[in-house]
Design a protein around this ligand. Structure first.
Ligand code: C5P
Ligand code: MG
Length: 190
């Protein structure tokens, strides 16, 4: 299996690029953000719980997120691999992911981070907010909080996988096609 963590700050293009990667490599795209938005859209208990945190730009508690991710993986084991988008968001989630994959006799193949600077992120997300219908995309202070949470809690995940020489960082600015090509070059070297 080939299991990729597509990494980077909010608005760095993970979702957009993941859709292109799954087409080319035939992987299953698992976006925890999309899973939460689906649950919120259906007003499920999980969705209502997640909403309390998402509307503030904070992380949903690990037990909720890890449980949801585990269910998704366990229900879809007959695949060539996974592309994780928006997960893991902290070290504890990374350790859980490693355990889940180890139980399936596989592992993280590599983490690919998209580098985009803060001001570019804010303007991209505000722009996305015009059409995304996401309340967390429309308020600059929430966006800045999401960036802060990324730096404090999520960025250490890069260092965690770097210890196993699995972390790779690419320039996330450029055309969609340019960024995609950089990612494919990296995947082909994993
Ligand atoms: O990944 P995405 O940016 O779509 O996630 C949207 C929001 O969902 C995050 O700002 C966060 O509140 C929540 N989230 C989370 N834990 C994850 C993924 C998303 O708390 N692993
Ligand atoms: Mg996304």
């Amino acid at each position: 299996m080939i299991n990729i963590i597509l990494f980077g700050p909010p608005g760095s293009g993970k979702g957009t690029q993941a859709s292109k990667i799954v087409e080319k490599y035939n992987l299953l795209h698992i976006s925890t953000g999309d899973l939460f938005r689906y649950e919120m859209g259906n007003n499920t208990p999980l969705g209502l719980k997640a909403k309390e945190y998402i509307k503030k730009g904070e992380l949903v508690p690990d037990e909720v997120t890890i449980g949801m991710l585990t269910n998704k993986v366990v229900a879809n084991q007959d695949v060539a691999g996974y592309i994780f988008d928006g997960f893991p968001r902290n070290i504890n989630q990374s350790e859980s992911l490693d355990r889940i994959l180890a139980e399936m006799n596989t592992q993280v193949s590599g983490l690919i981070a998209l580098a985009v600077d803060d001001e570019e992120i804010v303007s991209r997300i505000l722009n996305r907010g015009k059409t995304s219908g996401r309340s967390d995309d429309n308020d600059e202070s929430i966006i800045r909080n999401r960036i802060e949470v990324y730096k404090q809690e999520t960025r250490p995940v890069f260092d965690y996988y770097a210890k196993e020489n699995k972390s790779h960082e690419l320039q996330g600015v450029g055309s969609l096609e340019e960024v995609f090509e950089r990612i494919c070059n990296q995947i082909d070297q994993l």
